[in-house]
Design a protein around this ligand. Structure first.
Ligand code: ADP
Ligand code: MG
Length: 266
């Protein structure tokens, strides 16, 4: 008897299936029984007030913190329990902070450097390795419209351009799922819109599924295919922009924070 075709079956599965995810820090239940699916090619926003548990969720999905219980399946394969590098290797990408690396290296060198470290070549012969990765770095920079700045030092880039480079790096292993926790944090409103517009186009073109968090509701409502809402560790709503805007529980959750409509001016 032949084995069932996992490739055929995988196409019917959600990219990411999260079930009953839990995490407590001491007495604080940061994430409580969270379950959701991320469909293939979907741009899904995870929103919620500060401290709702969004980053804790992300960090369990990418393996940076262990879950207390639950399941996270990537196209049917369980991810929980694997180290971050292994989860990344299996196709769950995330944005890396370029800002934290080497400001005097050029943009292209920085991207090549991250590609090398992702492929555990950091300690291989440096010059030849950079050279080998330069072509790939240029391809990635081209995706985000940054080839013109490839040979400038990273340290002179605007914050918005740095974020574009981070997005390029995140696409380095052509992930199946991309996790972006506040990708536009610290950016001016217009730069935020541009970055998310770019992310939306790229994931559409490349067929990547994206889970992202974002404070700016204009961006969430403008770009997300679907929105899930976390409050005190638990999911309280799910729907499209129209449904979330009018959800009584969501409105109540955000009312004290005054966050749900337009933060474009901050
Ligand atoms: P969000 O990203 O939605 O703002 P977080 O996931 O960062 O929320 O935090 C959720 C809750 O878990 C908060 O009460 C926060 O104080 C707590 N928390 C997060 N990380 C830790 C940690 N490493 N140790 C202790 N408590 C934490
Ligand atoms: Mg957070």
């Amino acid at each position: 008897m032949s084995a069932p075709s996992t490739i055929e079956r995988a196409t019917d599965l959600p990219s990411l299936a999260v079930r009953n995810l839990n995490k407590a820090f001491g007495g604080v239940q940061a994430v409580r029984d969270v379950s959701f699916d991320l469909a293939e090619g979907e741009l899904l926003a995870l929103i919620g007030p500060n401290g709702a548990g969004k980053s804790t969720c992300f960090n369990m999905l990418n393996g940076q913190i262990p879950a207390d219980s639950g399941s996270v399946r990537l196209a049917g394969e369980e991810l929980l329990g694997y180290a971050p590098a292994e989860i990344w290797r299996r196709g769950v990408g995330r944005t890396f902070q370029i800002t934290a690396t080497f400001p005097s290296m050029t943009v292209a060198e920085n991207v090549a450097m991250v590609l090398m470290s992702q492929q555990r070549e950091l300690f291989s012969f440096f010059r030849s390795a950079t050279h080998r990765h330069r072509d790939r770095a240029m391809e990635l920079l081209d995706l985000v419209g940054m080839t013109g700045q490839a040979d400038r030092p990273c340290g002179v880039l605007s914050y918005g351009d740095l974020k574009r480079v981070e997005l390029a790096v995140a696409l380095g292993n052509t992930p199946r799922v991309l996790l972006m926790d506040e990708p536009t944090a610290g950016m001016a409103p217009r730069e935020r819109l541009e970055l998310m517009g770019l992310a939306a186009r790229l994931v559409g073109d490349l067929g990547i599924s994206v889970l992202f968090t974002e404070h700016d509701m204009d961006i969430v409502f403008g770009h997300a295919d679907r929105i899930i809402v976390l409050s005190r560790g638990a999911l309280i709503a799910e729907g499209n922009a129209e449904q979330i805007r009018n959800d009584p529980l969501v409105l109540k959750t955000y009312l004290g924070e005054g966050q749900i409509y337009g933060q474009a001016e901050d």
